[in-house]
Design a binder for this molecule. Structure first.
Ligand SMILES: Cc1ncc(COP(=O)(O)O)c(C=O)c1O
Length: 376
């Protein structure tokens, strides 16, 4: 009665924790900014709705928004135009449409371990096999590229990369980006680069995979950039022939992205980089606060995140990540068990710092109390 593809999927560990949360718990399980969208974006949404811009639009998105998105990449490829852009219902739909466009039954897809939960799930939904490649915690969660290359077979179709990364906060080094490009070229693979945390890089600079490699798909989102996770708007950028195929799938999934939200984010992009500067500065400050505080909790060791808004500490406490997360939940702290993100997430917790400094301090206090209770 139910298709195998549905039965094969598990409910995301992240959602499960969220649903089991007691009231008043401190939520460091959140994967979304604790900010409102910028005022200019909110105002533009309200105006669009009041004006009557509430109807279907072009499947690939409003031309002016696609043009504004293309302009973000023009410093890398001056010739890029809106035919490279498809506006999607969040990065999630962008990832799904990309997977359905690229992966066939029997293909293999390299996915980061630990990594965001949708990558293996989407591969499986397409009848493909996700093949995890290791991120090396001792090197700030850089991929182990020798072992990645060894995992390439005749069936490998794509490499999924994510920088800055969920759940690790890792940011790919320039040499890792260059080598992944080279590996993809040599083995004729497509790079699917999830860049939804582009704006949240605290050390060094952001490096997009967009460039001269003709088989790359950038998946991006306004969810984190403009703190509008509930509006469901993102985009993919790809060479025009790939973008046209993604647009076909995307049309058959959602017909078109939401019109008022597109008008609103266009106003946000036109307002320039200052619109989310205060939010990013606050994340940077919290990153310093939480990184230091976690390393002072007995039994925790945390690589300082270079980007996104997650810390991914390793614990030396009894029990699995699920046991520890549940024990913390009973004490009023929501975290996400690291093994929800793959086998190398075992023994880790993901803590989001998209929460107030006061709540981060309260959360750290609960971690200290818990460490004491297990004799760490
Ligand atoms: C790495 C990564 N990619 C994509 C997404 C999808 O976000 P959205 O669908 O809200 O754009 C998320 C959300 O948490 C994420 O962490």
């Amino acid at each position: 009665m139910i298709a195998r593809r549905a039965l094969a999927l598990e409910i995301s560990g992240i959602r499960r924790m969220f649903e089991a949360a007691p009231p008043n718990a401190i939520n460091l399980g959140l994967g979304e900014p604790d900010f409102n969208p910028p005022a200019v974006v909110r105002d533009a949404l309200c105006e669009a709705v009041q004006r009557g811009d509430n109807h279907y639009g072009p499947s690939a998105g409003l031309p002016a928004l696609r043009e504004a998105i293309a302009a973000r990449y023009r410093h890398i490829t001056p010739e890029i135009g809106r035919e490279s852009v498809v506006v999607t219902a969040g990065g999630s739909e962008g990832l799904a449409a990309t997977a359905l466009t690229l992966y066939d039954t029997g293909d293999e897809v390299l996915v980061p371990n630990p990594g965001f939960v949708l990558y293996p799930a989407h591969a499986k939904m397409c009848g493909a096999t996700p093949v995890p490649y290791d991120l090396d915690e001792r090197r700030g969660f850089q991929p182990d590229l020798d072992s990645l290359e060894r995992r390439i077979t005749k069936r490998t179709r794509a490499i999924v990369v994510n920088s800055p990364a969920n759940p690790t906060g890792g940011v790919l080094s320039a040499s890792a980006v260059a080598r992944i490009r080279k590996i993809a070229q040599e083995h004729d693979l497509t790079i699917v680069s999830d860049e939804v945390y582009e704006e949240m890089v605290y050390d060094g600079k952001f490096r997009s995979f967009w460039g001269t490699h003709e088989r790359v798909v950038i998946v991006h989102s306004f969810s984190k950039m403009f703190a509008m996770t509930g509006w469901r708007l993102g985009f993919v950028v790809a060479p025009p022939p790939i973008a046209a195929e993604i647009n076909k799938i995307h049309y058959h999934l959602i017909a078109c992205p939401p019109t008022p939200a597109q008008i609103a984010v266009l106003a946000g992009l036109e307002a320039g980089p200052s619109v989310n500067r205060a939010m990013i500065a606050e994340f940077r400050a919290r990153r310093g606060l939480i990184g230091k505080a976690l390393n002072q909790v007995p039994g925790l060791r945390c690589t300082i995140p270079g980007g996104a808004f997650y810390a991914f500490p390793q614990f030396r406490w009894p029990g699995s990540a699920g046991d520890v997360a549940n024990a913390l939940l009973r004490r009023g702290l929501i975290t996400t068990p690291g093994d929800a993100f793959g086998s190398l997430g075992a023994g880790h917790l993901r803590l989001s710092f998209a929460n107030s400094r006061a709540n981060l301090r309260r959360g750290i206090r609960i971690l200290h109390e818990y460490a004491e209770s297990v004799g760490a």
